[in-house]
Design a protein around this ligand. Structure first.
Ligand code: NAP
Length: 329
């Protein structure tokens, strides 16, 4: 059996360079030669569990073999995808992924520019359009507050919300993150470390009908439930971890929803191929120049050392956009 390079998380929580058997494609799996990956907070959270596995949930590469049931891709196709948290991740030279959660790599993007996108694009797209029920096009200039707009997910949410036609108010706390959120198209940026209500008031808003919470939901609970408009919708991509007063939401007949990008693949939902469709739509928009990559930094070559460095930056909590890594130096 052929072997491949990989970076393994040991049971002790360390990242180590290793060699593993190259996997074989079966069913609807594609065998992908990994050209680039990106890191996400989910990697560092999994790392804390120290359960001995390959991480990596943003991949761009080329298909080298297909399972007998594959319908949409062929060897030689360039693809990008986030993958499935219940399976090994993509910090390896070759990787298996179900074609129903894979899209074609957007033409004109380098592999590492494409690898920066899938997990955050899926989260932002599913959160805004599938969970909150915002129409993809023609939403009108309705205000949307995006809390944590400069991060990986926020950087895609700002762009997608602009594309949908919403009025986008992002939050960021530093000059460089504020500048990035504006550059991506936000109409206004306020500071998540200051009370939200007076800042929104200064912008002319008493409240907002849509809130997309991408960070620190427990810290922001009171501020967010205060500024949510009656009959408004709040989507969180994080679970609240402490007890909260739900009455303000009840009194406003608010809609609360969650988005977890791994739900469809984890439960093998009948609409799992929606992720293929979203990544294809996003590729169209990237190719048309409507969306842009959120890659801000590339580390190479992919190794335990460069990944450890990338994880340390993520854990600092102030990353802007995305960090990508490539196998080739
Ligand atoms: N449910 C899902 O499917 C899903 C998917 C992806 C991510 N997530 C989770 O969502 C979170 C964000 O992911 P990400 O990839 O966007 O992270 P990220 O790129 O690491 O986010 C960094 C950004 O967070 C902002 N930030 C830091 N502290 C904040 C606070 N107290 N309040 C608001 N914003 C704050 C920073 O802005 P400033 O530097 O300007 O303060 C920074 O730009 C992570 O916890 C991740 O695990 C969930």
């Amino acid at each position: 059996m052929q072997r491949m390079r990989a970076v393994l998380l040991t049971a002790g929580g360390e990242l180590v360079d290793t060699e593993l058997p190259q996997p074989q494609a079966a069913g609807r799996d594609l065998l992908v030669r990994v050209r680039a990956v990106a890191v996400n907070p989910v990697d560092t959270k999994q790392r804390a569990t120290g359960d001995g596995r390959v991480l990596g949930f943003d991949v761009a590469g080329e298909v080298v073999a297909t399972g007998p049931a594959c319908q949409w891709f062929r060897p030689g196709d360039a693809v990008y995808y986030a993958g499935d948290l219940t399976r090994p991740g993509g910090f390896s030279e070759y990787h298996l992924v179900d074609e129903r959660i894979v899209g074609r790599k957007p033409k004109g993007l380098r592999y590492v520019e494409a690898a920066a996108l899938p997990l955050t694009t899926l989260t932002a797209w599913e959160g805004l359009f599938d969970r909150m029920g915002i129409p993809e096009r023609g939403a009108g200039p309705v205000p949307l507050l995006i809390l944590g707009a400069a991060g990986g997910v926020g950087s895609m949410a700002v762009q997608l919300a602009r594309w949908a036609g919403l009025t986008v108010i992002g939050t960021a706390s530093r000059p460089e993150s504020t500048a990035w959120v504006k550059e991506l198209g936000a109409h206004a940026v306020i500071d998540h470390h200051q009370p939200l209500r007076p800042q929104l008031y200064d912008l002319g808003y008493k409240d907002v009908p849509y809130i997309f919470c991408l960070n620190a939901i427990d810290n922001h609970w009171d501020g967010l439930t205060e500024v949510l408009a009656p009959q408004g919708t709040l989507c969180s991509i994080l679970p609240p971890l402490t007890a909260h007063d739900w009455r303000p939401l009840f009194e406003k007949s608010a809609t609360w929803c969650f988005e977890l990008m791994f739900t469809r693949s984890r439960w093998q939902t009948p609409d799992m191929e929606r992720q293929h469709q979203i990544l294809e739509r996003a590729a169209d928009l990237l190719e048309a120049g409507v969306l842009r990559t959120t890659l801000r930094e590339t580390l190479a070559p992919l190794s335990a050392q460069t990944l450890t460095e990338a994880f340390a930056r993520l854990q600092g909590g102030h990353t802007i956009g995305k960090i990508g890594l490539t196998w080739d130096a």
